[in-house]
Ligand binder design. Structure first.
Ligand code: DER
Length: 222
């Protein structure tokens, strides 16, 4: 937890008064949101767009001003977590089930900062199963199409013994690859499979990666 907290809180150094912010989802950006709320109580003025119902509830409970994504053309900064990040700052996201809204919010942000502990930084993406958001209609067919198109094994994400349903009413197929060669190609091709809504590859989107380390240090990669 300490590494996550160190990374999460470090991101506040990039937040300025008057900014519009995208707030990510997960246990690392949790610390960013908690620290942000402290700054808001001290007078910091920010307007925020959340990337999940969980983040919305957390931010609202802490007194952070939230606005709907449709109210804004562009965000100054989005801070979010990741499940994996490689040296090119390509990411696998979606472990928390929020990838669709996270990618939408990141796509309208001038800057995307990722906060993560050292376990998330990898040489090559793919050890973490790639989350793919799919419609519930014909989900088995979509999963079969995924396994035909790529050397992967899609597994329907379950929660409490029933299929996990995202904030957007979709399922998630966690696709186990041995490795993900050329994420640039896969991330755009994947969404062309009928039934696929969005995938967890964030390619050329992150600007800065803040890595929290167990010795208390942070490493900044750009
Ligand atoms: O779903 C996501 O992409 C979240 O950002 C999440 O997976 C990040 O992981 P964390 O909870 O370890 O920060």
């Amino acid at each position: 937890m300490e590494s996550k907290r160190i990374a999460g809180e470090k991101a506040l150094e990039y937040v300025q008064d008057g900014m519009t912010l995208g707030l990510g989802t997960g246990s690392t950006v949790y610390w960013t949101i908690v620290k942000l709320a402290e700054r808001v109580k001290e007078g910091l003025r920010v307007r925020c767009v959340s990337t999940s119902n969980d983040t919305e509830r957390l931010a609202a409970s802490l007194g952070i001003t939230l606005i709907g994504i449709d109210r804004i053309d562009e965000l100054d900064l989005t801070i979010d977590g990741a499940d994996e990040a490689d040296p090119a700052l390509n990411l696998i996201k979606g472990g928390g089930g929020a990838l669709l809204r996270e990618k939408m919010v990141a796509s309208i942000s001038k800057r995307l900062i990722i906060v993560a502990d050292e376990t998330k930084y990898v040489d090559e993406l793919g050890k973490f199963p790639l989350p793919v958001e799919i419609v519930t209609f014909g989900w088995e067919t979509t999963m079969r199409q995924l396994s035909k198109a790529y050397p992967c094994t899609p597994v329907l994400r379950m929660k409490d013994n029933v299929p996990f349903v995202t904030d957007n009413g979709h399922y998630i197929a966690d696709c186990r690859f041995t490795a993900i060669p050329g994420p640039e190609r896969i991330h755009s091709e994947l969404n062309t499979i009928p039934g696929v809504v969005e995938n967890g590859l964030f390619v050329h989107m992150a600007d800065t990666l803040i890595i929290g380390r167990s010795d208390g240090r942070t490493e900044i990669r750009t």
